[in-house]
Design a binder for this molecule. Structure first.
Ligand SMILES: NC(=O)c1ccc[n+]([C@@H]2O[C@H](COP(=O)([O-])OP(=O)(O)OC[C@H]3O[C@@H](n4cnc5c(N)ncnc54)[C@H](OP(=O)(O)O)[C@@H]3O)[C@@H](O)[C@H]2O)c1
Length: 306
């Protein structure tokens, strides 16, 4: 079975690629040079040449709140092109199975928590990541439409909660919360800083999962794809406040100082906890604890800084 994995150089893609189940498949992971997803012709000739039975679509322009606010048009345009080009070309070539990756950012900002799959498109989006979310929603809906037009297509979207872990991005303009907490606390520790600034008042809640567990969910879902609903949330089912994450990471990193709160900075949605009943009903649960995930990620970060 040939599986095309897009985004194979990214955090999610690399973890999907390192999962032991890859041994059961022939996994193709073209670089962007080999397969630029903004280029339709390149996609068409790649798919014709390789004829994958499955596509796991884990490529996209991804960034934290800062990057999304600074460049919403780029997040909209690139993700729209990447998603729509790949999925529509795959349908035309006759690829029957696609696992498209969505994001919890696609849920309406005022939807009740935990967020159920059916809340998609039921309200206005969070303005700080609206461009990104609109593009991801378009790709999800395209999967639905193509499935309605031809019911032999098994096109589903997995909606991961926030992810962190091995191969996380630590560049300030690209990093997500846990990676940025690790960098801030580590630098504060080695520079003997007495305090670290938190954006907002620390009460906003987020659900974070080790990306290794998400990779596991992808490989569990793949052989079941024919019988699955169009959208499935993947998360831990548990969230923590931003301050909790800082405190847990401080214990692991060894930062002994205090925190200050910058109330002028944007914080995004108040809560984004996924309802994970559908994936749990399939018998899948995440394996790693938050603490062990932060420990592993910190150790990976230290390796990179050596
Ligand atoms: N990280 C999270 O917390 C999270 C949470 C929910 C959903 N997701 C979803 O998971 C997917 C992957 O996220 P990630 O965290 O792994 O991001 P990442 O580390 O930034 O990786 C993005 C990947 O996409 C590739 N890519 C970007 N533009 C491309 C293009 N035009 N053509 C071909 N490849 C392109 C990148 O290739 P290069 O190496 O060449 O740049 C890279 O391999 C995204 O769809 C994202 O929405 C992520």
């Amino acid at each position: 079975m040939r599986v095309l994995l897009t985004g194979g150089t990214g955090m999610v893609g690399r973890n999907i690629k390192e999962h032991p189940n890859t041994a059961n498949y022939c996994v193709l992971t073209p670089s962007r040079k080999e397969l630029d997803l903004t280029n339709r012709e390149q996609i068409r000739s790649y798919l014709k040449a390789k004829s994958p039975e499955y596509i796991i679509h884990a490529a996209g322009l991804v960034g934290g709140i800062h990057a999304n606010i600074a460049n919403p048009s780029r997040f909209l345009i690139e993700n729209l092109e990447i998603g729509c080009n790949l999925i529509s070309e795959a349908a035309m070539i006759g690829v029957k199975n696609i696992i498209n990756l969505g994001s919890s950012c696609m849920y309406p900002r005022n939807a009740p928590n935990p967020l159920k799959e059916e809340y998609l498109l039921n309200g206005l989006l969070e303005p700080t990541n609206e461009g990104y979310a609109i593009a991801k929603i378009a790709a999800q809906r395209l999967c639905d439409y193509l499935k309605v037009e031809d019911n032999s297509r098994n096109y589903i979207t997995l909606m991961p909660c926030n992810l962190f872990g091995k191969y996380d991005n630590y560049k300030p303009e690209r990093s997500h919360l846990i990676a940025s907490i690790i960098v801030k606390l580590h630098n504060a520790k080695i520079n003997n800083k007495k305090s670290v600034e938190i954006w907002g008042d620390g009460t906003v809640r987020r659900e974070f999962m080790n990306v290794k567990d998400f990779a596991d969910a992808v490989w569990i879902v793949l052989p079941l794809i024919k019988q699955l609903p169009n959208v499935i949330n993947i998360g831990t089912g548990k969230d923590y406040s931003i301050l909790d994450y800082y405190k847990k990471a401080s214990e692991i990193i060894g930062f002994k100082g205090t925190f200050t709160f910058n109330l002028c900075k944007p914080v995004g949605m108040k809560q984004k906890l996924l309802d994970v009943k559908k994936i749990n009903d399939l018998g899948w649960f995440p394996k790693s604890s938050l603490e062990s995930g932060i420990e592993e990620t910190y150790s990976h970060y230290l390796d990179l800084t050596r």
